[in-house]
Write a protein that binds this ligand. Structure first.
Ligand code: ADP
Ligand code: MG
Length: 399
């Protein structure tokens, strides 16, 4: 037997596994590296987050990614080169983290790599007859496995699409396994570049689902990067906080078929980008709006569409707990806009559930990798609501 297969077989039978979850989302801000100790699988999963770090991308790395990111037309040679290059950069980050944490590479069982999303194209975006849902993440798993010596599971989203989904959001699986609590209605809200939430009713069952809501930080980040070269985001809403939301622009921003479409649904910066903003400005005669007012409006846009999606999901304002995660939760104005519109909801972060909210998405991919090699929990999945009962990920052996 191939010794790497034998090792994988052993790993799958261990009582616990050391798995590194990696996440690099549409914000292209950095690589989230979460070292997890995971026991069991399915509803018996328990997870301890041993180490976590977000390693910020340098300006050169960001520029390379941005040269192909969410663009309809790109330099195909560059895209081909970036696929292994991103993996090698990620591998170097992992090797460095492990060295600093004093963890030998050979004690880590699995790397769970999301990869860098380059383009997300559900049918609702491209409308091309004869073509289905599609998404592309780069950072090849074989390169990661070879450069770290660690078995790598990557490219999780393709299986979800192959089984009939849109490839996103995948957060619902891990949210259910880690955070579902009988008798308590919970919402797990993640505000990355795109915002998504998982509704976990205390009764379990059919109402559970996970969906994108629309933009989180993505248009705000793109606008800041355009208006303030060298700045990547509006730290602590410094710019937005001095502005006033423009109602006419806000109305036009919200006028898109995505918001009326049925759950679950997915989107990305391929739709919610600066062209989207500029078209809405044109329609609302607000092309001369100041940067501060534009940012305040964009912040309201994200908040309002998150709130509206949640209200539509519950049917009414309910007394339930929302556990936030993702970079948007650090934006005080965004969170205030959300909380004031949902006065009956109690807001926490996933910290109270013992998962660092900045690490949550990376942790969820570690869970998916654990399910890939150990799980058979298709009965926990709700195929009506996007949690399709498949094991996801491609296995790359380190030899
Ligand atoms: N202090 C802060 N104030 C405002 N926005 C913040 C703050 N910290 C993080 N963010 C936002 O969070 C984003 C990163 O969120 P993240 O969850 O990593 O998203 P992704 O999964 O898309 O990478 C940043 O680009 C920024 O917009
Ligand atoms: Mg990020």
């Amino acid at each position: 037997m191939n010794p790497a297969i034998a090792r994988l077989y052993t790993i799958a039978q261990q009582t616990h596994r050391l798995i590194i979850g990696l996440m690099s989302g549409t914000s292209v801000d950095g690589l989230d590296v979460a070292l997890c100790r995971i026991s069991g699988h399915g509803f018996a999963t328990t997870l301890e987050l041993l180490q976590f770090e977000t390693v910020a991308y340098d300006a050169g790395f960001k520029a390379e990614i941005q040269s192909v990111f969410s663009k309809k037309q790109v330099d195909l040679e560059k895209l081909t080169l970036l696929n292994p290059w991103v993996a090698c950069r990620h591998a170097a980050i992992i090797n460095d983290c492990l060295l600093r944490w004093g963890i030998p590479n050979n004690s880590v069982d699995i790397i769970a790599s999301h990869g860098q999303t380059i383009y997300h194209a559900p049918k609702s975006l491209h409308h091309l007859p004869g073509f289905g849902n599609a998404t592309l993440q780069i950072g090849d798993g074989d390169h990661l496995a070879m450069a770290t010596g660690i078995t790598t599971i990557s490219d999780f989203r393709q299986k979800h699409i192959a089984a009939g989904g849109e490839g996103a959001p995948l957060a619902g699986y891990g949210d259910l396994l880690l955070f579902g609590k009988p008798g308590e209605d919970r919402v797990l809200l993640n505000i990355g570049g795109i915002a998504n939430f998982t509704y976990l009713p205390g009764t379990g069952g059919e109402q559970l689902f996970c969906s994108d809501t629309g933009p989180g930080n993505t248009i705000m980040d793109a606008y800041i990067q355009q208006q303030f070269p060298g700045q990547y985001y509006d730290k602590d809403a410094t710019v937005a906080g001095t502005g006033t939301a423009n109602e006419a622009l806000l109305t036009e921003l919200k006028d898109n078929a995505f918001f009326g479409a049925a759950f679950p649904k997915t989107t990305g910066p391929e739709l919610f980008n600066l062209s989207y903003l500029n078209e809405a400005k044109g329609r609302s005669n607000t092309t001369t709006l100041s940067a501060a007012d534009t940012m305040a409006t964009l912040c309201r846009f994200s908040a309002d569409t998150i709130v509206q999606a949640m209200l539509r999901c519950f049917g009414e304002q309910k007394k339930l707990r929302v556990y936030s995660s993702g970079g948007g939760m650090h934006n005080p104005l965004l969170m205030t806009y959300i909380k004031t519109q949902l006065p009956l909801l109690e807001f926490e972060t996933t910290d109270v559930l013992h998962i660092n909210p900045d690490a949550k998405e990376a942790v969820l991919f570690a869970i998916l990798a654990n399910e890939c090699i150990c799980g058979n929990s298709t009965e926990t999945r709700n195929s009506n609501k996007g949690l399709i009962g498949v094991q996801m990920g491609k296995i790359s052996l380190p030899a």
